[in-house]
Design a protein around this ligand. Structure first.
Ligand code: ASP
Ligand code: MG
Length: 418
């Protein structure tokens, strides 16, 4: 069997869903389809949640109404001959509205997962319905019952062993050749919905491929494949036809937005190739990521992490033994779920670049109890794999560089955003 994943951009319109159907109609293998929320629905649901958390129920409901309207318009386009094409979603809409009308929850992360996960529930219902109507017989699955995760709400990790049996039983290819499930969502052992982190549908698809021992995973995207740089930043970006898991991991962690960083490991563990192919041009091959490649391309890769903060931390007592303080610093950082992108230490201080987030102020407060802390915001971290002196010149030209690291292969530049 094989796994296909379609992201939010691919299914943001009726046209996109029809294109999905045409891609899927050519598949002869057993197929598991993982789908994200449509277009910008996840952002829109985050807006609903903000209002809900502040007990601003009428505004939350109004925002949710817009989300309904958006999906209903797509349904009207998909089913022009049906009188009330969104009727089948009404029970689901009612369920969500009832939830939004409730008194406020106080646990932001938990409510986030409960409410925001509906984006994928709605999108997969629509895709499954459409495929059935055009003759691609399929069964819809609720991943909140099949992917068991830890309780790390908003950034949950899938428990592979616990999920495997459930998924294998649910996706019985003797009964259906095509199954459709949501990306991005699961539930903890108690059945509380969880999400796997923004853009986490790729990770879901990789987990499904692993658990079902897929022959391959294909992620259909609105790009030609894996490029060596973001074409919005480097217009000379080139397609990389083949790369290794290791290269892909490095790329993903250093900010190349092409695949979610957690995607590779479940695939690598079972040696499952990952194809990244252009949704708009399905006859093109795109890129493949696998264990070994025939000819390494040798071209440099550029990736950029935006919205970084450089935090410099010094023990208040000027103690020179940094090792004693390191565990404390990193336990605070990890407790506040901050992501470290670069580390630099000297005898009396340590500097870390981290992704700015809503948790940053709280972490700063806690660090300030024991340390002198200073920080710089509005930075970006450029990573270049395959660094040369010329590239260093080129990328730092006329830029304010706060921190630079270079190994034989990799150069990293923390710079002021422009
Ligand atoms: N819908 C989620 C998001 O927008 C997950 C995904 O698209 O991968 O972050
Ligand atoms: Mg998306």
């Amino acid at each position: 069997m094989i796994v296909y994943k379609f992201g939010g951009a691919s299914v943001r319109s009726a046209e996109g869903i029809k294109n999905l159907a045409s891609i899927v109609s050519g598949v002869k293998d057993n197929l598991f389809i993982v789908v994200s929320a449509m277009g910008k629905t996840t952002n829109a649901l985050e807006g609903v949640l903000e209002d809900f958390m502040q007990a601003n129920h009428s505004s939350a409901l109004a925002k949710f109404q817009q989300i309904e309207n958006y999906h209903n318009e797509i349904l009207a386009d998909l089913f022009p001959d049906v009188t009330d094409p969104s009727a089948f979603l009404q029970p689901l809409y009612d369920e969500i509205e009832d939830m939004i009308k409730q008194s406020v929850g106080d646990d932001y992360d938990r409510w986030y997962d409960k409410i925001v996960s509906y984006g994928e529930i709605i999108s997969t219902q629509i895709v499954s319905k459409f495929l059935n109507v055009v003759g691609i017989r399929n069964r819809w699955l609720d991943m909140r019952k099949l992917l068991i995760t830890d309780s790390n709400f908003r950034e949950a990790n899938v428990k592979m062993k616990e999920s495997q049996q459930k998924l294998i039983e649910a996706a019985d290819f003797e009964k259906f050749q095509v199954y459709i499930g949501q990306g991005f969502i699961g539930a903890n052992a108690k059945g509380n919905p969880t999400t796997l982190g923004r853009e986490g549908s790729d990770y879901s698809a990789a987990v499904v491929a692993n658990l079902l021992n897929a022959e391959s995973l294909t992620i259909w995207k609105d790009v030609p494949g894996i490029l060596n740089a973001d074409p919005r930043l480097y217009p000379q970006a080139k397609l990389v036809p083949e790369l290794t898991y290791l290269e892909a991991v490095e790329l993903a962690y250093s900010g190349a937005q092409v695949i979610h960083p957690k995607t590779i490991k479940p695939l690598q563990n079972k040696n499952i190739p990952l194809y990244v192919r252009p949704f708009g041009n399905p006859s093109e091959k795109g890129s493949v990521i696998k264990a070994h490649v025939e000819k390494p391309t040798g071209i440099p890769f550029y990736s950029l992490l935006k919205n970084q903060v450089l935090v410099t931390i010094r023990p208040i007592d000027f103690s020179f033994v940094l090792e004693e303080n390191l565990p404390k610093v990193f336990s605070i950082i990890s407790k506040h779920r901050l992501k470290v992108s670069m580390i630099e230490s000297s005898a009396i201080s340590i500097s870390v670049a981290i992704g700015n987030s809503r948790y940053f102020p709280a972490a700063l407060d806690e660090l300030s109890n024991d340390f002198d802390v200073s920080y710089n915001e509005h930075l970006e971290l450029l990573t270049v794999r395959g660094i040369t002196d010329e590239i260093v010149q080129e990328v730092t030209n006329q830029r304010e560089v706060l921190l630079m690291q270079r190994t034989r292969r990799i150069g990293r530049f923390l710079m002021k955003e422009i």
